[in-house]
Design a protein around this ligand. Sequence first.
Ligand code: CP
Ligand code: NVA
Length: 306
Amino acid sequence: MVRHFLRDDDLTPLEQRQVLDLAKAMKAAPLAHRALEGKSVAAIFEKNSTRTRLSFDVGIHQLGGHPVVVDGRTMQLGREETIEDTSRVLSRYVDAVVWRTYAQKRMEAMASASSVPVVNALTDEFHPCQVLADLQTVEERLGRLAGVTLTYLGDGANNMAHSLLLGGATAGLHVRVAAPEGFQPHERYLADAAVRAKETGGSVEVITDPVTAVTGADVLVTDAWTSMGQENDGRDRVGAFRRFQVNADLLAHAADGAVVLHCLPAHRGWEITDEVLDGPASAVFDEAENRLHAQKALLAWLVSQP
Ligand code: CP
Ligand code: NVA
């Protein structure tokens, strides 16, 4: 059966380990791996993207493949063609499909009709490629993953929160989500992450007080308070999230040597201050670079599955 990567827990803990090890090897020798020689990969974007679009394009090229990067808003998909028919056609041309879209149900529909691997390049619910890069970055900085305490602050109901819960639990992390009432993780995803954490020795927790949530944490992560597609939902996000800003005062409560991550783009002065983003704890640009290595490893792993 063809393997897809639609959400973080589509990889078992062992498989996630394999992908992260491969990512490390690819980072050490960027042009030494040719897993996509003679293959083409479609990378389709229905939402804006800088990092994901560029890193998939370059990464597919480095693996010897041909990247077909498409603005999804110009496809027939945006008119009346169904996702499933689009998927059947793509399977006749390319060896994998990378897609950034809105609802996770759309991603599942794409995968359901695909005979080639489908990779989630961000949906409203998950951003699993980002979390592979985040895990690679944490391991580089701290030398380990299992047992690390990671606190995510901000919109606990967004794609990054859900993916950090599932992907972090898969890696054996203790994942804390610090979010106000009304912006907490989807119960079902939290429960799925708890099941995975039980297997790996990790844990998951939702905390409403930001200081409690960051106390002793090894990693702090934040993200935009307003995700793509939420711009006009009329919710008071600044009022809800102000206390969750990652600033020097909050960082002072974290463990010594704590690492700060942000998937970017950052809204400086809102979810994170310049002082922290540009300071010694920040690993955000290594994190952005690791998108390239982690996604190359993921694609190479997916196309090598029997
Ligand atoms: N972090 C991330 O996915 O960035 P882009 O939206 O620029 O791809
Ligand atoms: N949560 C953000 C992540 C952007 C990479 C969004 O969905 O807009």
